[in-house]
Design a protein around this ligand. Structure first.
Ligand code: 8Y7
Length: 279
């Protein structure tokens, strides 16, 4: 059966799933005292869960283009109280968006099931932290680092290079004894790619099936939607929903989004219009 498993929890992907984004950064919620931030983030997670998110992705480190890094202590103080609350309150799969081994370990202890790492577990100790904890992982492709990745992204064959990179990261996980059913893959839209690169990846999304792991796509509110429609970031709901439906019709099994309710419907449409012969 098509699915994903992490720390004993099974996620059925015979119908594609939505991953809802909970950013725990002081600027994403109002500042109202010591517990206001984690309580508001947990309340937001509940809202996304009620809208149909099967996974909640908790992040305390901004990885947007030009972002400045957040210290490990700061990440821990942001995300751990939120993961604890979600774990206590909701029957949902929890993802921790981080590249840091210490954050991975603490997040898994607090209840996280998988690690969503834009660096594909390349930081020293990250792969081991995931493998030894029994967590799953979303392996994403990124060329460069967030502070500079959009300066001059260069590929000869973007689709081939992203697939080869992900194949190598899958092999690294399997070599440490991880279960293939605990891995998902992601081409990393917005991470060291031009508009043309994004279009190539979208046209040829079907080729990622050769990697034999569930494919996650994250395009929510991203700049390519602005390039295709002329919309500013505050008006990219409809373009994001359209892109999500198309991604699912081309084989994506998980869509990562800020806009869960609308994306749940988009995913249903994409799944209905997927060629059953393609699986
Ligand atoms: C992605 C992501 C971001 C994505 C995965 C944003 C953390 C930028 N984008 N993780 N993270 N895939 N797996 O706009 O596309 O959400 S941060």
């Amino acid at each position: 059966m098509m699915g994903f498993t992490a720390r004993g929890r099974w996620l059925d992907l015979t119908t594609p799933a939505v991953m809802g984004i909970v950013n725990v950064t002081p600027d994403s919620f109002s500042d109202g005292g010591l517990f206001a931030l984690p309580d508001q983030a947990a309340a937001h997670a509940r809202q996304l869960f009620e809208q149909g998110a099967a996974i909640i992705d908790v992040g305390g480190e901004s990885t947007r283009p030009h972002a400045t890094p957040v210290s490990v202590d700061e990440q821990l103080s942001r995300v751990i109280p939120v993961i604890e609350r979600i774990h206590q309150q909701l029957d949902v799969m929890i993802s921790i968006d981080t590249s840091e081994p210490l954050v991975i370990e603490a997040a898994v202890r607090a209840g996280a099931h998988l690690v969503n790492d834009v660096r594909g577990l390349r930081r020293p100790g990250a792969l081991e932290a995931v493998a030894f904890s029994g967590a799953g992982v979303c392996l994403m492709h990124m060329q460069g680092e967030p502070d500079s990745m959009q300066q001059n992204p260069t590929y000869v064959d973007v689709v081939g290079e992203v697939i080869d990179y992900l194949a190598g990261r899958i092999e690294a996980c399997l070599a440490l004894g991880m279960d293939r059913k605990s891995l998902m893959i992601d081409p990393g839209f917005g991470f060291g790619k031009t508009l043309t690169h994004h279009e190539q990846l979208f046209y040829r999304l079907g080729e990622f099936a050769t990697l034999d792991c569930p494919l996650l796509v994250g395009v929510s509110r991203k700049s390519m939607l602005g390039a295709w429609t002329g919309r500013p970031v505050t008006q990219r709901l409809y373009p994001g929903v359209a892109a999500a439906a198309i991604a699912v019709s081309r084989g994506a099994k998980i869509i990562r989004t800020h806009d869960v309710a609308a994306t749940v419907d988009a995913v249903r449409v994409g799944a209905a219009l997927r060629d059953p012969l393609e699986g």
